[in-house]
Design a protein around this ligand. Sequence first.
Ligand code: FE
Ligand code: CA
Length: 541
Amino acid sequence: MTKQIPSSSASNGLSRRGIPLLRPTRRTLLTGTTAAVSMALISRYGRASQSGTPFTLGVASGAPTSDGVVLWTRLAPEPLAPDGSGGITEAALVTWEIAADEAMRQVVQRGTVEADRRLAHSVHVEVAGLQPNRPYWYRFIALGAESPIGRTRTAPAATDNVDHLRFAFASCSHYELGYFSAYRHMAADDPDLVLFLGDYIYEYTVSQEYADRTVRKHDGPTAVDLVGYRNRYALHRTDPDLQTLHAAAPCLVTWDDHEVENDYANEWSQVVATTPEAFLRRRAAAYQAYYEHMPLRARSLPHGSTLRLHDRIRFGNLVTFSVLDGRQYRSQQPCARPDTRRGYVAPDSCTERVDENRTLLGFEQERWLFDGFKTADTAWNVLAQNQLIAQLRQKGADGVVGHWTEGWDGYAAGRRRMLEAIDQTRLTNPVFIGGDIHSFWATDLKADLGDPTSKTIATEFVGTSITSDGPPYQRFMEMLPENPHVRFFDSRQRGYVRVDLTRRRMETSFLVISDRRDPKATVSTMKRFVVENGKPGGVAD
Ligand code: FE
Ligand code: CA
């Protein structure tokens, strides 16, 4: 079976570039059963707002399985209402519909759910009973308005032969530093799946410090509470390019630090004076807002300051995605300085960095991950997470040579355990994808990280930022001779990564936009790599 069913090709008007029906629409006159259902709901619940559509934040879908997907929206007639309510306080009924065709004529399932203020009027519908490996279209109806129509896709059945999967991944979209043209171009690539690998929002506000560099402003100061985080997500979701992307394909999501606070680890703030108790209160608010705005399953409903994010999603016999949580369970950063817990380049005298008792994923998640390796039976295994995996001997801004403390280099034993588990279970074609470092990387992950001649266990591709500043190019280039396992590095441009995966090979493209300050920025390919089945290591083609 191929990925495309006949009706999803050009014959139905869907082209690789043209993703139709994404503009928010508001129709007060509905037709047929839909109208009957809606009018009944309106009379029972009333209208929360006369100001316009409640679907200002668009629609999204995620966590696709072979028979279902999560459909998401949030009612927010005033998306940036200062009280974080989205401009709606009463409970409202929301009808959802999923159809086999883009015109929504062949509705295959329909239902009604209640949205209320406890979760900011967000809606997470876990649809089941769909057919595998095909596109579906969906929309919501509430408060007399229809949402834009989104397109999603189910995964192939577990045993299906899958010829081809296209996925794209992104990280680090700082709203204030640029427009989200990269997201628009990702949508135009018509991926089957999109992965957001962290820093989907930034909690801090650049415009407070660097007004001259601000392209567009955040909605308020640094987010520290539920209202702040909610409105920060809402602001992002008003962006037309991000709405287009979410409406074009289902997504898998994980987070990095800025969904809560720069460089946080588990219960530890970067600010030494902040107690774990106080920080966990902030984390609870941030995690709740994350859940409210992402197409996550009910299993991810936050409990206090915890949220189950790590997940495993399979696409037929082709690929398994293990989505990892690199923030919630990690040990405290090694060799923290007395005045701050921010990451830094620590010299080799920091031996805590390699301490066996420390972990980035948390020991429970490690066990879950390694157990998954034992039963993995797809041709490829993609490990989707938030940071660069490869070790990197680097020079800090102060000239000190060593290793960065708040990425995998700060948790070297956990990384070694993970690579050993991959090696011991003979996991087929492992590929790590990541973000956080605002630059493109292709690396070979070696059996012995200190020995460049040892065998390559896994391949790694890290994507640059959507808009955030890249690290100093020259300083990193100067260190590359000391890091021979790094096949490619470039930090000078913003963009994303697109992958075309077949049983035989993985073709990875690093794509860059022309200018983050230009809302109409164009896209081009910076570099392309091919990994052949059975041969870890990316080769530029
Ligand atoms: Fe970032
Ligand atoms: Ca980060």
